[in-house]
Design a protein. Structure first.
Length: 164
C-alpha cells in the first residue's frame, strides 16, 4: 500500500508540475507573440527612419546648393556695389572740382567787378576753364561742366554790364 501512495503522490506531483509547465509555456508563448509584434513595429519604425534620413539628406543637399547660389549672388552684388561706390566717389570728386572752379571764377569776377569802375571798361575777355576728364558717366559730367561754364560766363557778363 505504501508503494501505492508513493506512486500516487509521484503521479500527482508530476501532474502539478505538468500543469505548471503548461501555464509557464502559455505565458512564454504570449510574451513571444508580443515580442514578434514589437519586432514588426520596430522594423516599420526603422524603415520610416531610413526614409526620413534619406529625405533629410536630399534636403540638406538642396540647402547647400541654395546657400552656394546665395553666396555667389551676394558676392556679385557686393562687387557691383563696390564699383558703384567707386564711380560715385569719382563723380563727387569731379563735382567738387567743378564747384571749386566756379567759385574761383565767381571770385575773380567779383574782383574784376570792383576794379572795373576805376578802370575803363574793356572788351569782355573769355574765361579759360579746364575741362574735367570723363569718368564713368562722362556725358553727365561733361554736361554739368558745360552748364557750369555757361552759368559762370553769364554771371561774368552781368557783372561787366553793371560795371560799365
Amino acid at each position: 500500500m505504501m508503494t501505492f501512495f508513493v506512486s500516487m503522490a509521484a503521479d500527482v506531483l508530476v501532474a502539478v508540475l505538468l500543469v505548471a509547465t503548461i501555464a509557464s509555456s502559455v505565458k512564454l508563448s504570449g510574451r513571444i507573440n508580443r515580442l514578434k509584434a514589437d519586432e514588426a513595429a520596430l522594423r516599420s519604425t526603422i524603415g520610416d527612419l531610413v526614409v526620413a534620413s534619406a529625405t533629410a539628406e536630399r534636403a540638406i543637399a538642396g540647402l547647400r546648393a541654395t546657400l552656394d547660389e546665395c553666396d555667389r549672388t551676394l558676392t556679385e552684388r557686393l562687387a557691383g556695389a563696390e564699383r558703384t561706390s567707386t564711380d560715385l566717389a569719382a563723380h563727387v570728386q569731379a563735382g567738387e572740382s567743378v564747384i571749386s572752379r566756379i567759385a574761383a571764377i565767381v571770385g575773380q569776377a567779383r574782383t574784376s567787378a570792383t576794379a572795373a569802375p576805376a578802370a575803363a571798361p574793356a572788351a569782355p575777355r573769355p574765361v579759360a576753364v579746364e575741362t574735367v576728364p570723363a569718368i564713368g558717366n562722362g556725358e553727365r559730367v561733361g554736361a554739368a561742366l558745360a552748364a557750369a561754364q555757361a552759368l559762370s560766363e553769364r554771371a561774368l557778363d552781368r557783372l561787366r554790364a553793371r560795371a560799365a
